[in-house]
Structure formats: structure tokens, C-alpha cells
Design a protein around this ligand. Structure first.
Ligand code: ADP
Ligand code: GLC
Length: 636
């Protein structure tokens, strides 16, 4: 299931009657009352009293799943007014055992958060990502691949994040949450992926989920106990646990606006850790992603410190620093229930009024990663730091860049069912043209092998460099060029692309939609793919394109810089066409260089096509780097 929503929107979409909004709106009166929950001993079962009847997911899902299970599960699934705690052998949900506020430790032991931050010198150079071409790997289901146990000690990892292909995806985060756990499973990791059970997850997957348990959890200053259901789906060596709560997850796509998303992801982060305790599955590493899961490391070292999961080490990955989960301090304090100590300038506090969830996660995590070496360096500068550059420089000792890969099972032109004609490295030159003609036909473009087809597959937001495209489109459309845009997002870009489709009929196609299969066909049918981003933490579209023999035209920023080597006409080396400064003239120049080669020297163009298809853009090497990081954190 895919969506067209921005990751984080400040504007408040009016949506009636969500608990989140009701409680968040009158924050001035409600907020400061934060009652400490009485501490209980971690191992003791707790008999919970249900306060306001917690809203459970529609019986359908839970009952259906429970039906396939034993009676105990079925009984548990039956709504109860006063709810017994989970079976005695199951440790009490961690949420019931908050550490007393006074004893809350400072962020991660080795990097204490000072009251005033002292910026460390910025790293001198981005770590270059070595390119070692490797043969194209056969797609192998994670479970079938022989775990490389000889040199790979076993570690358990809980991935916690807000989206994951194929359940819910708005962009590359969903791809990474799918592919990296599978690759880690091959490297002898025991991986669980914890996700919200959004109602919008396709029924096909909802049907496969099995009821795993439920408990009740308090949340911040709400004074309520919230239902936390766990629905499980085991697939290809990876266990997916979906946190179920109708109140938070039954609407939204999956993101809506911060007024609702802040409570939603406070609940989710806390419930994820409580669920690990409840399931008695204590990972070596908790690996959380982006601001939606950024409170996890903070909870781990505060409210969950003295619970079983408190012994896990934490890693946070920044996929996109632009989104941080910033809201006023009272609201985040109210929903998170985090102790006062964490609202200091070294952790969550951003300024006098605002708290920043990502900033807190970065302070408390044992390691920070981002999705390319160059972005790891860029985010320590004011140009790319999104106001966190100083905080990141301070924590630079625990910051790494590990470039993303793509899943060779999901992205394989030899087997891709979406394509008109499958092809591989050996026959790309014969068969790629058939995909181009099929794409032209599908989109109502002039069917002509001779046209140079440029694809653009993107969220249509300011991040993606679309202003540059707008500025030069008239010069790009020269009669020999066709442009295909696939994306959704900001209205201004959607409308602009629609207008180009009208202006350049038969040569410009604006597909304002999210369509996974069509994306595959564009990767296969286009000659070049445009990624002129203003900033790009990693970028996956250029990797998909190269793997499909489509040459990327990219701006040299973030992961684009690390993954696309500029074509050098003198040495004949390189993977694509690049430009550095964010200027439309430079983008036009890069496109023209591509066209010149395409029309002027097809032999050399085809060489690059083959080189790109042979390039190793798989997850293998990067997953090893993550595994090494986990090992570094868990040396026992
Ligand atoms: P980001 O995460 O910033 O959106 P990435 O390049 O990392 O950018 O990942 C984008 C992912 O989403 C890719 O897998 C791309 O194919 C996919 N994608 C983006 N827009 C669309 C769309 N409109 N239809 C289908 N897939 C899309
Ligand atoms: C983010 C970034 C993108 C990256 C993706 C996955 O959405 O914008 O560059 O590839 O996350 O890490």
C-alpha cells in the first residue's frame, strides 16, 4: 500500500474526533499534570485496570487471527472490561515499570549530554564509498540463503520504524525496512521488524497476521491505559510484529499532520519496547529509523532502563533529516511521559518552546547512522544540517554513513513481472528497446526508438530539485526527447507537470500517481533517469535505474554523489552524468552531455549501460557494515 502524503506536515488537516487531537488541542489546561505511575517490580505480573474502555481494533482482524490460534488467544482477543495481565510467565509490560524520574540518567553513557553543547570539529571529509564492481547476484529468498555463520556471530535486532514495503510505503524508508532485515537475516541476525498496524495495510497482509498477544500500557499524562495488540507475520526469515491500536492507527496515510502524528509515534515507540518485554524477546540491538521511532533510544535509557529490554544497545538511522518531529515542549512531554531531565538542550529541547524528538534520539542512541557517507558529512554543515548541525557535530564520534543498496529480488530486470520484456546484462542491448516502445505505447507517447527518453520517479517535493526541472523544461523538449514523470506530492509540482503534458503532447507524460509496477517499467524503458535533488540522503531511484541499465543524471549531493561516478569522456569511465551546484543551467548542461553521448556515440553509451548493470548496488556490503556496527556495540 502506498501513499502520497508528505512525511511530516505542519499544517493541520482537520480530522475530527481523534483522541490525539482532542487531548492535544487543549494542551494549555491539560498538559502539566503528569502523574508518576507507581513503580512495580519488573518481573511481576501486573493486574491492570482498564480505565476508559480502550478502543480495540475491529474484531475482524483480531478475532480472525485469534480464531486460528488456541483458545487462550481467542479468549484474550475477547474484549474485557477489566483485563487480567498477560500470563504470569510473561514479564509485565515494561511500560508499567517506569524508572523514577529523579533517577533518569543522562544520555548514552559514553557521550553524556552536556547542558551546553560544545561543537566538535566537523569531520574533514566524507568517507568515500568504495565501489567494488561485483557480478549481479541472483535473487535469493532470505530464508533459503545459507547463513554465513562462520565469520558471523549471531545477533538479535529489533527494527522499529513507521513504514515497510510491501505493507506500507511512501518512499525509500519503506524499501530499506524491507530489504535490510532480509539481508541481515542472511548474515546470521535474528531480526524482528516492529511496525504500526495501520488500517491501510492491504487486506492480503492483514489476513496473514497472527494474533500474538495484547496488554495495556499507560501513556504520558493521559491518565489512560491504552490497548496494545501484537499481530505477527513471519515471512522469509524475518518476523514482522505489528502494533495494534485502532485509536492511533486506523486512519492516516500513514502520516497526517503533526498534531496527530506526535501522539501516534510517542505511543508507537513506547509500545514497541513494551511489546518486546511482553514477548520476552530481548534483542541485542534496537535499531530505530527516523523521527517516528526516535524516542525509542530515549525510552530505553529512561522509563525502560530497569526492564529487560533496557539492556539492549540502540542505533538510530537518519533517512531524512528534514523531518524531526518538532512540537512544543508541553505537548511532547504530555504524550511521551518522559521525565523532565530529557527536556534539556543536550537532548530533546530545541529552544525555549520546542522539543525535537529526533534530536533526543540522536543524543541517547549508542550509534547514529545515516544512509550515505557524504550525507553524514553534509548534515554537520549549516547548509544541510536542518538546524541540527551543531548537535550532530557534537555527536559526530558515534555517527557513520552506510550507503543504501537495493533488493535484488525485488529489482531484477531478468525476472521482473512488470516488464514487457525481461533482460539481463547479457542481452540488455537487444531487449531494452522493446521496453522503451512498450512504455511509449502505455503512456501515449510517440512510439519511436530514436527518441531519448528521460524518466523521473519521485516524491514531488522541494527536496527533489524539481524547481530546476521546471526552469529548463522548454529547453529539454527539443523534439528528440521525451520525458516521463511518475510521482505525487506538492500541488505546485503536480500541476506544473500536468501542464507540460498538455504543452508537449506525445512527448511529455505526467503520471501523477503512485504506481509500483509502472515505476518498474519506467526504470526499464527510459534511457536516463533524472535525480537533480537539492539534498538526497541516499536515493534509491538512481540505484534502481543503474540496475536496469538506465543512466542516472544526478546532482552531486548525499548518496547520489557516493553512488554515481561521473562519466569521463576521456577515460571512458563512470556511471552517469552529474552536476554539482544547485543551478538549473548545470542540470541542463548535464542533460545535454547525456544527449550528446546518446546521439553521438551509442557505442560508449551502451558500454555505460552494461557497466551500470554490472555494478554492485546490492545490500550485501552495506548490511555487513551494519552487522559490524552491531558487533562493535555488543562485544561480550
Ligand atoms: P525518498 O525516500 O526520498 O522518496 P528514494 O529514492 O530513497 O527517495 O526512494 C524512493 C522509492 O519510492 C523508490 O523505490 C521509488 O521507486 C519509489 N517511488 C517514488 N515515487 C513513486 C511513485 N510515484 N510510484 C512508484 N514508486 C515510487
Ligand atoms: C529518505 C531519503 C532517501 C533515502 C531513503 C532511504 O527518504 O530521502 O534519500 O534513500 O530515505 O534511506
Amino acid at each position: 500500500m502506498v501513499f502520497r502524503m508528505a512525511r511530516e506536515k505542519k499544517d493541520s488537516v482537520s480530522k475530527k474526533n481523534t483522541a490525539a487531537q482532542k487531548a492535544a488541542a487543549p494542551e494549555k489546561e491539560v498538559l502539566p499534570v503528569e502523574e508518576p505511575v507507581p513503580a512495580a517490580k519488573p518481573a511481576e505480573p501486573v493486574v491492570e485496570q482498564v480505565k476508559p474502555a480502550p478502543k480495540k481494533r475491529a474484531a475482524a482482524g483480531t478475532k480472525k487471527a485469534a480464531a486460528g490460534k488456541k483458545t487462550t488467544a481467542a479468549k484474550k482477543a475477547t474484549p474485557a472490561k477489566t483485563k487480567p495481565a498477560p500470563a504470569a510467565e510473561v514479564p509485565a509490560p515494561a511500560a508499567e515499570v517506569p524508572a523514577p524520574t529523579a533517577e533518569v540518567p543522562a544520555p548514552a553513557a559514553e557521550v553524556p549530554a552536556p547542558a551546553v553543547e560544545v561543537p566538535a570539529p566537523a569531520a574533514e571529509k566524507p568517507a568515500p564509498v568504495a565501489e567494488v564492481p561485483a557480478p549481479v547476484a541472483e535473487p535469493v529468498p532470505a530464508a533459503e540463503a545459507a547463513p554465513e555463520t562462520a565469520d558471523q556471530p549471531r545477533r538479535s535486532v529489533a527494527f522499529i520504524g513507521s513504514e515497510c514495503h510491501p505493507f506500507v510505503k511512501t518512499g525509500g524508508l519503506g524499501d530499506v525496512m524491507y530489504a535490510l532485515p532480509r539481508e541481515l537475516a542472511r548474515l546470521n541476525c535474528d531480526v524482528r521488524v516492529i511496525l504500526p498496524r495501520y488500517a491501510c495495510i492491504p487486506q492480503e497482509y492483514q489476513n496473514k497476521m497472527v494474533y500474538r498477544g495484547e496488554f495495556y500500557m499507560d501513556l504520558g499524562g493521559t491518565g489512560r491505559n491504552y490497548y496494545v495488540g501484537i499481530m505477527e507475520y513471519v515471512w522469509d526469515g524475518v518476523v514482522y510484529d505489528f502494533i495494534d491500536n485502532e485509536e492511533f492507527f486506523s486512519w492516516g496515510n500513514p502520516y497526517t499532520n503533526l498534531v496527530d502524528d506526535i501522539p501516534k509515534y510517542c505511543f508507537f515507540s513506547k509500545a514497541a519496547l513494551a511489546a518486546l518485554n511482553y514477548m520476552n524477546w530481548i534483542p541485542d540491538i534496537v535499531h530505530c529509523h527516523d523521527w517516528q521511532a526516535a524516542l525509542v533510544p530515549v525510552y530505553l535509557r529512561t522509563l525502560f532502563r530497569d526492564t529487560p529490554v533496557g539492556r539492549a544497545r540502540s542505533v538510530i538511522t537518519i533517512h531524512n533529516l528534514r523531518f524531526q518531529g518538532v512540537y512544543n515542549i508541553p505537548t511532547i512531554r504530555y504524550w511521551s511521559g518522559l521525565p523532565d531531565d530529557v527536556f534539556n538542550m543536550g537532548a530533546l529541547k530545541q529552544d525555549w518552546v520546542e522539543a525535537n524528538m529526533l534530536k533526543g534520539g540522536l543524543a541517547y542512541a549508542d550509534r547514529i547512522t545515516t544512509v550515505s557517507g557524504t550525507y553524514a558529512w553534509e548534515i554537520q554543515t549549516s547548509e544541510y544540517g536542518e538546524r541540527l548541525e551543531e548537535h550532530l557535530r557534537y555527536h559526530s564520534g558515534k555517527l557513520r554513513g552506510i550507503v543504501n543498496g537495493i533488493d535484488y529480488g525485488m529489482w531484477n530486470p531478468e525476472t521482473d513481472p512488470a516488464l514487457a520484456v525481461n533482460y539481463g546484462l547479457g542481452n540488455v542491448l537487444e531487449h531494452k528497446m522493446a521496453n522503451k516502445l512498450a512504455l511509449q505505447r502505455e503512456l501515449g507517447l510517440e512510439e519511436d526508438e530514436g527518441k531519448f527518453v528521460i524518466g523521473l520517479i519521485s516524491r514531488l517535493t522541494n527536496q527533489k530539485g524539481l524547481d530546476l526541472v521546471n526552469a529548463i523544461i522548454a529547453q529539454v523538449m527539443d523534439g528528440n526527447t521525451q520525458v516521463v514523470v511518475l510521482g505525487t506530492g506538492d500541488r505546485q509540482y503536480e500541476d506544473a507537470f500536468r501542464s507540460y503534458e498538455r504543452a508537449f503532447k506525445g512527448s511529455f507524460s505526467a503520471c501523477i500517481q503512485y504506481d509500483e509496477a509502472r515505476a518498474h517499467r519506467i526504470y526499464a524503458g527510459a534511457d536516463a533517469l533524472l535525480v537533480p535533488s537539492r539534498f538526497e540522503p541516499c536515493g534509491l531511484t538512481q540505484l534502481n535505474a543503474m540496475h536496469y541499465g538506465t543512466l542516472p543524471i544526478v546532482r552531486e549531493t548525499g548518496g547520489l554523489k557516493d553512488t554515481v561516478e561521473p562519466y569521463n569522456e576521456f577515460t571512458g569511465t563512470g556511471n552517469g552524468f552529474t552536476f554539482d551546484r544547485y543551478e538549473s543551467g548545470l542540470l541542463l548542461d548535464a542533460i545535454n552531455r547525456a544527449k550528446t553521448l546518446y546521439f553521438g556515440n551509442r557505442y560508449h553509451w551502451d558500454e555505460i549501460v552494461q557497466r551500470d548493470m554490472a555494478k554492485d548496488v546490492s545490500w550485501e556490503r552495506s548490511a555487513r557494515q551494519y552487522k559490524d556496527l552491531y558487533l562493535e556495540l555488543t562485544q561480550w
